[in-house]
Design a protein around this ligand. Structure first.
Ligand code: DLL
Length: 476
């Protein structure tokens, strides 16, 4: 695992050590108290969640227990849509100071309201994430998450200010300007989506800015979309940094629900003193044992404006308990391996895009961007993995990871010259069949073909039911 080596006295300080390293029993008592308070507040607020609690025979929070969560009702994105825009508030409307959200299918966003207290809580959670990456007062944070309704930009922004760091609110896009600002302001930390980190890394390498020529970046805090260990390795090589994962969702608060520490970098510490987490079987809703992937389900123990009880996120990850070498005692979640609704069923076999990503990224001749097309034109479901070729730029043979990572130069697109594209496709088809047990076709598409949402999240799956191909350069 790539992580920096720290002596005990050089471990970066936590932002809220009392909470982050609290003994387990003490935290369980705090969570129980807060859970009871949450139930009482939901009952007092009335509406959907109060009605469901009533149906479940819960008339007060008093006897709620952490080991009996299954008797409490759950909530889902549908509830937020049904209550759009202000339907599930637990405070008067005029106590809402900000609205954020995520763009959803059908054009209507999922909206989430924040009270003044919620904004303060969110800032602290993002300050925890930044501190876990080694940031402190004065650290320069280049924040390339999009600013706006999306929670990425403003969440990290407020966290950086709370920590006393120096935030550069550059937002997403305008890559040339980002390169200039990174060269001139010399930030230590980069925050953006992992797919944008790749684009920025390529642009920095093209501008001649690498670790050897003085690139200042030491760590990155990347999230808002799924990414695998393989992608982490390649980002570390491309930028010569330690890439850390941060997870969150607007419904729960935004970024800062969970984040990795630079000491271990092997799973995300969930801020479970505020966001009680369960992993449930996505089909039965029963809890799964620790270490088994399940649907992350959160109860927002301390949120005021839009508190949610047992919110089923749809995100699949495994939980792991124990103490981390960084000193945190918070439960860890694995990287998100997929969403319950992005599991592809191809000729009866269940496939997650992340499994395909793992195979593709192990092949140095393809770049870090890919998109999966489900070709449904013949009434069958064929899967086509569309990849871009590694170029001098995306292979980034100029960038070398720092010595302590033990990584050598990134592997450029060796092995397949321009004439042997068919060999590359055949090799990938073979590896995908071996790994997944199903036939996956492979297409090589022009650089820059991977679609993105307006806030810069990479789109990894596209359906093709009729008409033009959904990815440029893909032929029928
Ligand atoms: O993406 C919040 C965020 C911003 C997280 C910046 C991290 C960094 P939404 O736009 O509401 O909020 O999207 C939430 O994105 O349910 C996951 O499916 C996915 N997601 C977020 N972080 C990760 C991650 C923000 N680290 C949805 N790994 C979530 C995998 C992630 N998926």
């Amino acid at each position: 695992m790539l992580a920096m080596r720290f002596d005990n006295d050089s471990i970066p300080p936590m932002f809220e050590p009392d909470a982050e390293s609290m003994p387990h029993e003490q935290r369980a008592a705090l969570q129980t108290d807060r859970l009871r308070g949450l139930i009482d507040r939901l009952l007092a607020a009335g509406g959907t969640q109060a009605a469901r609690l009533g149906q479940a025979g819960v008339t007060g929070g008093g006897d709620a227990r952490l080991d009996d969560l299954a008797r409490l009702p759950t909530t889902s994105k549908q509830d937020l849509w049904d209550g759009y825009p202000f339907g599930m508030l637990a405070v008067p409307r005029d106590e809402v100071v900000v609205v954020h959200g995520s763009s959803g299918t059908g054009g209507r966003p999922t909206l989430v309201s924040y009270s003044r207290g919620d904004i303060a809580l969110w800032a602290r959670m993002c300050a925890r994430a930044l501190a876990a990456a080694g940031a402190g007062p004065g650290t320069i944070v280049h924040n390339a998450y999009g600013y706006g309704l999306f929670t990425g930009g403003l969440g990290i922004h407020q966290g950086a200010i709370e920590l006393g760091a120096t935030v550069v609110p550059v937002s997403g896009g305008m890559t040339a300007r980002q390169v200039t600002l990174i060269a001139d302001l010399r930030p230590d930390i980069l925050t953006c989506t992992p797919s944008y980190a790749i684009r920025l890394g390529e642009a920095l390498a093209e501008a001649g800015l690498t670790q050897q020529t003085g690139l200042s970046l030491k760590a990155g805090i990347f999230g808002a979309e799924p990414w695998t260990q393989e992608m982490r390795t390649r980002i570390n090589e491309l930028l010569g940094i330690i890439a850390l994962d941060i997870y969150g969702l607007s419904e729960v608060i935004g970024p800062g629900v969970a984040s990795e520490c630079i000491v271990a970098a092997d799973g995300l510490h969930v801020n479970e003193d505020h966001f009680l987490v369960e992993a449930l079987d996505p089909l039965t809703g029963e809890p799964v044992p620790d270490g088994t992937p399940g649907e992350l389900t959160f109860s927002t123990l301390t949120k005021e404006a839009l508190p949610l009880l047992r919110y089923r996120s749809g995100d699949i990850a495994a939980l792991r308990r124990g103490d981390c070498e960084c000193g945190r005692t918070l439960v860890k979640m694995s990287k998100v391996t997929g969403r319950k609704d992005d599991m592809l069923v191809i000729r009866g076999v269940n496939v997650y895009p992340s499994e395909i990503e793992r195979v593709l990224l192990a092949e140095p001749a393809v770049s870090l961007d890919y998109v999966l097309v489900i070709d449904e034109r013949d009434g069958q479901r064929e899967l086509i993995a569309c990849c871009e070729r590694t170029t001098e730029r995306s292979g980034n043979s100029a960038a070398v990871a720092p010595a302590e990572h033990g990584a050598g130069p990134a592997r450029a697109g060796a092995g397949y010259d321009a004439g042997s594209q068919d060999d590359l496709r055949a090799a990938l088809r073979h590896k995908l069949r071996e790994a997944l047990g199903i036939r996956v076709d492979v297409a090589i598409v022009p650089a820059g073909s991977v679609p993105r949402t307006e806030v810069g999240k990479a789109v990894r799956v596209r359906r093709w039911s009729a008409g033009e191909p959904p990815v440029p350069g893909l032929t029928g």
